[in-house]
Ligand binder design. Sequence first.
Ligand code: KG4
Ligand code: ZN
Length: 338
Amino acid sequence: MRVLGIESSCDETALAVVSYTNGKPCIERNDIYSQTKEHEQFGGVVPELAARAHIDKLPLMVKDLPLDTLDAIAATTGPGLIGGLHIGYGFGRALALALNIPFYPIHHLEGHALTVRLTDQIDFPYLLLLISGGHTQIIDVQDFRKYKLLGETKDDSCGEVFDKTAKLLNLGFPGGPAIERTALNGDPLRYKLPCPFYRQPHCDFSFSGLKTAIRECITNLSASPLSRMIHQDVADLCASIQRTISTILIDRLTQALKIAPHQQIVVAGGVAANQYIRAHLNTFCEMQQRTLVVPPVKLCTDNAAMIAWTALEMMQRNINPDRMVPTPRWNLMELSHP
Ligand code: KG4
Ligand code: ZN
């Protein structure tokens, strides 16, 4: 079985071909056009520009793919920016119609949630920490389409802390990698930042208070006699933010393990690309005698291999494509069966 995946829910235009032969998955192509150039001058993703870039790039990227060998096409159908979703969905559905093969509308977060089964072939169940630009959730993944939400953010996402801080500090776009680079020379213990819900007996998150504290810290430092932050201040702040976020994630996972004490802990979503956070989660899992599984960096951030793979998970179980049309808000739990 060979599936073409299409991802266009935000600012990456991605196409991938994933096959599944004799019980083994294989990523044959994983192409990503990152729209950094289109958005960096605005310090964030501009939905209209993102949609236009998807229209421009998709036909070029599909050109030399082995279309006549495909068994199905899958495209991200939500959640995400509606313009981009319509383009990937319409493109994929039309192509599937022309090739006379099935079309699978895919939930973006299900793609992130199942990526480790593609890269590491792990079995269910596992505890999933999903940390992306749009979402921060802990999910008990009991089986395919048997998802139980244990906790989620009450306000901003984990990725937003990185993106908004990078914007305030003029570190560039996208924020996550910029903060990570800057933090390499910083002291993670210099600034004490708040850890909302610390040790509270539930699995929810809140990041708005941390964002406010970071803004205040930057304002105070900028008002110092030098009236600007020096390089070391910026590096120390970035390092302190990474440490604080690691502490928050580990604290919430500690609570989640009390409810769903699975052996395998999986981390997915763009923030999982952060090496500092990965290292801390790794140490935590070693102490808890759990196995940490994190996809390779290129498959943590948005990609189309995870979209093709989700369709392949359905095809292996003879599950028909969902009847779904592009939807900006779509709760992953709606796919779950009791
Ligand atoms: O999963 P993703 O690629 O897109 C969404 O579905 O949201 O996640 C994007 C988020 C952004 O907030 C970005 O700043 C963050 O992931 N991110 C990182 C890193 N790389 C991407 N955050 C921290 N460190 C990184 N290296
Ligand atoms: Zn994502």
